[in-house]
Design a protein around this ligand. Structure first.
Ligand code: CP
Length: 309
């Protein structure tokens, strides 16, 4: 098996196709462990992982923790809200103190773009970016690519539509980098106020109408409005947003009949996705994404720890 040859996982932009394929194939091989009665292998016994989360999380933090535990690593969770961050300790001081306890890997989520990159440049530990501001969310894009490959048998040549708040979405950014590298045709749609200025330089086609983007799509990925990252109201109301950008039983008919529907979570039901689509086992693969997230994070821990070298 090829080695990853990276100290850190900071983003998909700086990842090669070979590295993405290695992570996806390793994750696929780990899927089976989560179906065993005893969901644990000794691979990372004696290693320790710190999950350092400055922002709220359900899926990412839990699946990094479960991934570590399934590989027998010791996992420690730190939430900024219950740490000495509330007493004014800086990110760098926090990181230096954690480094002094000799963990092997630090997973960080932070509202500032570049926070994981700063830690990676300062610390000897491997750093995994679990979401930095509106910048990147690499493990999410990897689990999304794994899910597309699992459901469609390939990524290259598929039409993937990303709908919603593209500007503030680190999930969209990482997926655009990853999916275009892997040969998918990526289209995006959202209000003009939620579209990055440089969208046309990102190798995707941008629309303002959801219907134009999802026409004949193989994959429709709906995104949450990142209200926490918007500096001012950039759309009139949630009701009006939903009128134009909610995936529902009517507009989904424009996509291919066997199209899959994805969402990174958390969902705002009735805003960007109607509940009957979110819960439809015929098209929704949202919980498969979550399941694959554990395997992807196991693969990241395993490969950063040297793989089978
Ligand atoms: N997809 C995702 O990042 O979800 P959480 O915010 O719950 O981790």
């Amino acid at each position: 098996m090829m080695k990853l040859g990276k100290k850190d996982i900071l983003g998909i932009r700086d990842m090669s196709i070979a590295e993405i394929n290695l992570i996806l194939e390793t994750a696929e091989s780990f899927l089976e462990i989560s179906t065993r009665e005893i969901k644990k292998v000794p691979t990372l016994r004696g290693k320790s992982v710190i999950n350092l989360f400055y922002e709220a999380s359900t899926r990412t933090r839990t699946s990094f923790e479960i991934a570590g535990k399934r590989l027998s690593a010791d996992t420690i969770n730190i939430s900024a809200s219950t740490s000495s961050v509330v007493k004014g300790e800086t990110l760098i001081d926090t990181a230096r103190n954690l480094e002094a306890m000799n963990p092997d890997i630090i997973v960080i989520r932070h509202s500032a773009a570049g926070a994981p990159h700063l830690l990676a440049s300062l610390l000897r530990q491997s750093i995994i970016n679990a979401g930095d501001g509106a910048h990147e969310h690499p493990s999410q894009a990897l689990l999304d690519m794994m899910t597309i490959k699992e459901k469609k048998g390939k990524i290259a040549g598929l039409k993937v539509a990303l709908i919603g708040d593209i500007l503030h979405s680190r999930v969209a950014r990482s997926n655009i980098y990853g999916l275009t590298k892997m040969g998918a045709q990526v289209v995006v749609a959202g209000p003009a106020t939620m579209m990055p200025r440089d969208i046309n330089q990102m190798g995707v086609r941008a629309y303002t109408k959801l219907e134009d983007a999802i026409a004949d799509a193989d994959v429709v990925m709906m995104l949450r409005i990142q209200l926490e990252r918007q500096k001012q109201n950039i759309f009139p109301s949630l009701r009006e947003y939903a009128q134009h950008y909610c995936l529902n039983r009517t507009n989904i008919k424009l996509a291919k009949p066997d199209a899959i529907v994805m969402h990174p979570g958390p969902m705002n039901r009735g805003v960007e996705i109607s509940p009957d689509i979110a819960d439809d086992p015929g098209c929704s693969v949202i919980l498969d994404q979550v399941n694959n997230g554990v395997a992807v994070r196991m693969a990241l821990f395993y490969l950063l720890s040297g793989g089978n070298e």
